[in-house]
Design a protein around this ligand. Structure first.
Ligand code: ATP
Ligand code: MG
Length: 389
């Protein structure tokens, strides 16, 4: 019997003129993600992506991977058969027999996308349901809350029989939303922010600022581990590691203590903007949140972004910490994020940071720094590390 994986498109179906573009991006992403599991033929019809194995494939692995590809709302494994009512019954017995034996109630639900099929969907459900009931007499037909729904879909090329669908990753296919730079620390928030933006179809380029010897090799490894976890959703990424020590020492030497953090954050944004320009990115992404720490008051956020001309997206701005933690657990980054580490943000932390910085004062606090030279030097020293899926 032929096994096949079907992915049902999510929001893509709402796209008008661009729909083809989104569909081909989604198919390209699925093709790339499923490569390790064998050779597949992938095509799209009637808002569904078909993944047909060619030869020996790891179908369980492929199904798992398909569930992490943004752009599909549900994924399922189905058995394909001839578009014939009795072939459908035999396929259901063979493919879902174990499941039918394990439950007490069931129903059959049919969809007839191919209108040339001689039976209507209700008629087909009744026919298949009747014969399945004869084969599995312990079952009670239950149209309202059955333990198992046997789905039958009559499509262009074949009929498909399957059990319940699994939730897909949702969102839009990566690449359809262009590219952005994401500022990735080792904390809880930025991996969650990165995942959320990638889910909107964005190819992300992670940037991490490291200040050795104030921050350790372990802190850097942690960011690489977080990136590795995120590749499950985002695909292969190249992390840009920015040397930040000299900048922080310059700030400590030339800026008043209360402004250390805000001046440092403005340098991060300027460097990230430069990386964005060099990589054709349209925005910066951070894990900043309103009110979480001193540098995240509305006034501080405004001053942080005053020095760049590129939008800064902050998907977590209105989330409670608890909500962020729940998301971090779901995507699998939480356990890594809570490992102890030093971030450059916690190096030279002022005793009393300014929570409502005024731009005039910040410009004054920066006046002793050669900003252009510092940004150039940092960008020139970037180390790029590829992280494979
Ligand atoms: P996170 O949990 O993501 O570290 P946070 O609540 O600790 O966030 P901050 O430390 O003030 O807040 O950092 C705010 C944002 O700035 C982070 O979410 C991240 O996007 C960015 N950021 C902070 N430190 C770094 C770093 N070392 N490298 C890259 N980006 C950073
Ligand atoms: Mg942090």
């Amino acid at each position: 019997m032929d096994d096949i994986i079907l992915l049902k498109q999510g929001e893509i179906i709402l796209k008008g003129q661009n729909r083809r573009h989104f569909e081909s991006q989604l198919m390209a992403n699925i093709r790339r993600r499923l490569k390790p599991f064998g050779e597949f033929e992938i095509y799209c019809m009637q808002s569904t992506i078909y993944v047909e194995p060619r030869g020996d494939c790891d179908m369980d692995g492929a199904l798992d991977a398909a569930g992490t590809v943004f752009g599909a709302n549900s994924v399922l494994r189905a058995a394909a058969c001839e578009k014939d009512k009795d072939a459908i019954v035999e396929t259901a017995v063979e493919y879902l027999g174990d499941k039918l034996n394990a439950v007490k109630s069931f129903k059959v639900e049919s969809k007839r996308a191919d209108k040339r099929f001689p039976m209507g969907s209700i008629e087909l459900s009744r026919y298949v349901g009747g014969l399945l009931h004869e084969r599995f007499p312990h079952l009670t037909p239950d149209m309202h809350s059955p333990e198992l729904t046997v789905n039958v879909e009559i499509r262009d090329l074949a009929a498909y029989v399957h059990g319940p669908a699994l939730p897909g990753a949702g969102g839009l296919p990566i690449g359809a939303g262009g590219r952005m730079v994401t500022l990735l620390s080792g904390g809880i928030d930025s991996p969650v922010a990165t995942h959320m933006i990638a889910k909107r179809g964005v190819k992300v380029i992670p940037v991490h600022f490291a200040s050795p010897p104030y921050t350790s090799e372990m802190a850097k490894d942690k960011v690489m581990t977080l990136t590795k976890i995120l590749t499950k959703y985002c695909g292969r990424m190249v992390v840009e590691l920015v040397p930040f020590t000299h900048i922080q020492e310059e700030i400590r030497a030339h800026s008043p203590e209360g402004f250390f953090t805000i001046v440092m954050r403005r340098l991060m944004m300027r460097i990230a903007e430069q990386i964005a320009i060099n990589n054709g990115c349209t925005a910066l992404v951070t894990g900043e949140n309103l009110g979480q720490v001193a540098s995240q008051t509305a006034e501080a956020l405004a001053v942080t972004e005053e020095c760049v001309n590129i939008p800064i997206l902050r998907p977590l701005v209105a989330f409670d910490k608890q909500e962020i933690i729940e998301r971090a657990r779901l995507i699998g980054t939480f356990e890594t994020s809570i490992l102890p580490y030093e971030d450059c943000c916690t190096v030279f932390t002022p005793r009393r940071p300014r929570t409502k910085p005024r731009i005039e004062d910040v410009l004054e606090a920066e006046s002793g720094l050669d900003i252009t030279a510092l940004v150039e030097e940092a960008v020139a020293g970037i180390e790029r590390v590829a992280v494979e899926v």
